[in-house]
Design a protein around this ligand. Structure first.
Ligand code: PMV
Length: 284
């Protein structure tokens, strides 16, 4: 049984969402596909390697299998993973592989889980691996579409985006960096978070010109809270000189930057579209 689930892009609100503010997040048309086959042993095959149940090399898939077998006992399975979503770049590859694994297992072992159940299990897997998580990624990967969090208000995003991958980085380290700055200057950071909150709420109603202005403002605020870097700032000013408006997406410090795609995109970037469909079974 083959299942697939989409990645995501945080358009506005990363970091401030950790402190109770709003974020605007969209599923994207890059998917992770997982094939599950009945087997006598556990075997996971992905670009990261070929392993058994291995909580270091394949933590999300291994915990997904563990959580699934708490509901339906299985003695073995082969999982073959192919993903279009870059790893460790803030585009939701971990949640997509988790959600697709759960859906493929539920189909292969005739233990159909509802999307709501898949989401709840995927959230547990995220906590198993990361210890702390907002649950946004498993939600988007399961249900698709564009949403304002934490309310889960569905919105429509009519633009396509170009995405430029920089380098891999750790979300945890960037979240800690912001936490330290906030400890030192709480009265200032809280006001920056409020400004980002206003951006996330305003964005869904904007035309492309205003949306790009919000991209520019949000990037300046991300820089202010210390999640950009001289290299990223330099790259962004170069792109701005070429007429692009771009911001980081996700934790920052690397990962990806994006802007609205209008016929032209920076060299090395790729185009993503908002994706309406969440997890699904694929024809084999
Ligand atoms: O880069 P990602 O996809 O790991 O996104 C992190 C988003 C943060 O707001 C920085 C953290 C969070 O848990 O919301």
């Amino acid at each position: 049984m083959i299942a697939s689930a989409p990645g995501k892009i945080i358009l506005f609100g990363e970091h401030s969402v950790v402190y109770g503010r709003h974020a605007l997040v969209s599923a994207i048309n890059l998917r992770c596909r997982v094939e599950a086959k009945k087997s006598k042993v556990f075997r996971v095959v992905s670009p990261l390697g070929i392993t058994g149940l291995d909580f270091k090399v394949h933590p999300y898939v291994s915990f997904a299998i563990k959580r699934f077998s708490e509901l339906k006992r299985i003695d073995g399975a082969e999982l073959i993973i192919k993903s279009e979503i870059p790893i460790a770049s803030g585009l939701g590859s971990s949640a997509a592989v988790t959600v697709a694994t759960l859906k493929a297992l539920s189909g292969e072992f005739d233990f159909m889980l509802t999307d709501e159940e898949i989401f709840e299990l995927a959230k547990k897997v995220e906590l198993d691996v990361q210890g702390r998580a907002s649950g946004i990624d498993p939600f988007i990967s399961t249900f698709g579409g564009s949403w304002i969090f934490p309310e889960r208000k569905k919105v429509e995003i009519l633009f396509d985006f170009f995405v430029l991958k920089l380098w891999e980085r750790s979300t945890k380290m960037m979240v800690e960096k912001v936490a330290k700055l906030r400890e030192k200057h709480p009265e200032i950071l809280e006001r920056i978070f409020d400004a980002i909150d206003a951006i996330a709420l305003k964005a869904p109603g904007c035309d492309s010109e205003d949306f790009e202005e919000l991209i520019h403002i949000n990037q300046s605020l991300l820089r202010a809270i210390g999640v950009s870097s001289p290299e990223i700032d330099e790259l962004i000013s170069k792109l701005e000189k070429d007429g692009f408006k771009v911001k980081l997406t996700g934790a920052g410090g690397g990962g990806c930057i994006f802007g609205i795609y209008r016929d032209r995109k920076p060299g090395g970037s790729f185009v993503v579209k908002p994706e309406m469909e969440g997890v699904r079974i694929e024809d084999s």
